[in-house]
Design a protein around this ligand. Structure first.
Ligand SMILES: *[C@@H]1O[C@H](CO)[C@@H](O)[C@H](O)[C@H]1NC(C)=O
Ligand SMILES: *[C@@H]1O[C@H](CO)[C@@H](O)[C@H](O)[C@H]1NC(C)=O
Length: 369
């Protein structure tokens, strides 16, 4: 009895603030995981597998939505992004479970719980604390772009030493340096996933914006809609953070995507700068633009926060898609009266408001017109 009481007390007292601060139980669901894709390759006198992708399947007791949601994280991140917030609140995964969605949360191949095999996979690196603080969690203290000053929604001070920051930083993972390699691996493993579970709605963030476009291109009948939270951009060139090197040679993707008329080389995508500032040049196609044929029937919601560096160029990425025949609803949270968010909006203080008032509202309108 005494031992039990001591155990109980140590459970109550011994936990740090983040664990203790989670009062909500969340939505009852079944959790399983599996791996998809991957290739065996000879290693010495035996073999190893690489390229396989971790998939976490969460199913509510009663599935009431017609299509599952596949949630794909960004650079340096894993599927844990959506499980709960770094300050211990329920995450977007729980919200969608409560609305009757079946969910699939992945870790990119070579990331997190998806093996990185040193002899076959490319070079990796990690986000340092400066990058996370200055771009995501405490952008207002660094002001690397004008809108950064508007950032107020990160829980805590967003800097090293703050329990929520430290928990979030701890969740970041080494990532392949090459976006092209990541996209190719996602296209391979993700296509297999969509064959197994599709049709689905894709929810992408940042780096995985590209994965939404390439997966829809690879499996157009398996993708009903794409929710792109601040997808990687802008077309053809990096912006905001120098050097402004060429990137995404196929427009919004580093790897080939189907255009009509088709291109055999990315140089055939004729482009023109339509606006330019010291930190950002917006390219669109010259007229008549080639069309992203496989994306033409797939509605896209693009969501951009008020204070993120994406607020500078997401409009250019949206226009690029629209010019190429894609149907895009581009929402600026600030225009809806949702202020102060940054790039990690789905884990910020008002995360529940954003998913409910923006994403789910659009899903309901778009999937059940
Ligand atoms: C494979 O090679 C290793 C190291 O040379 C050796 O220890 C192992 O017994 C070999 N296994 C087989 C199945 O031959
Ligand atoms: C953030 O909070 C932590 C913990 O209280 C503290 O150590 C750190 O100095 C704070 N950083 C800033 C930039 O306010």
């Amino acid at each position: 009895m005494l031992a039990f009481l001591i155990f109980l007390l140590s459970c109550l007292l011994g936990r740090n603030a983040i664990h203790a601060a989670s009062p909500a139980l969340g939505t009852l669901h079944r959790r399983t995981y599996f791996y998809v894709g991957g290739t065996y390759t000879v290693q010495g006198n035996s073999s190893i597998a690489f390229g396989q992708m971790y998939v976490e399947h969460l199913a509510p007791v009663k599935i009431t939505q017609p299509f599952p949601l596949v949630m794909i994280h960004g650079h340096g991140m894993t599927g844990s992004n959506f499980l709960n917030t770094p300050d211990g609140r329920l995450g977007w995964a729980d919200y969608f479970l409560s609305k009757g969605y079946e969910l699939y949360l992945v870790d990119h191949p070579s990331r997190g719980r998806s093996a990185w095999q040193k002899n076959v996979d490319g070079i990796q690196s990690s986000y340092d604390t400066f990058t996370i603080e200055s771009r995501f969690t405490a952008a207002q203290l660094f002001n690397l772009w004008p809108q950064a000053a508007l950032h107020t929604q990160w829980p805590g001070n967003g800097s090293v030493g703050d329990a929520t920051f430290d928990n979030f930083y701890g969740s970041t993972m080494p990532s392949l340096d090459s976006d092209a390699e990541t996209a190719a691996k996602m296209r391979a493993a993700g296509s297999k996933l969509l064959d197994q579970i599709g049709p689905v709605i894709l929810l992408t963030h940042s780096q995985s914006g590209q994965h939404g476009w390439v997966l829809a291109d690879a499996k157009p009948l398996k993708v009903k809609a794409i929710v792109a939270l601040e997808p990687i951009g802008p077309p053809f060139i990096n912006a905001v953070f120098p050097p402004f090197t060429p990137a995404r040679q196929f427009g919004l993707t580093d790897i080939p995507i189907a255009y009509s008329p088709p291109v055999t080389s990315p140089d055939e995508i004729s482009r023109v700068a339509v606006s330019s500032s010291s930190s950002f040049t917006c390219y669109q196609q010259t007229s008549p633009p080639r069309k992203l044929v496989n994306l033409a029937h797939i509605p896209v919601l693009m969501v951009t926060s008020e204070s993120s560096y994406h607020s500078i160029y997401d409009g250019c990425s949206a226009q690029y898609l629209i010019q190429a025949g894609v149907s895009v609803d581009h929402v600026h949270l600030g225009d809806l009266g949702i202020h102060g968010n940054g790039h990690m909006m789905f884990m910020e203080k008002n995360s529940a408001q954003i998913v409910d008032q923006v994403v789910q509202k659009w899903n309901m309108k778009t999937m059940r017109p």
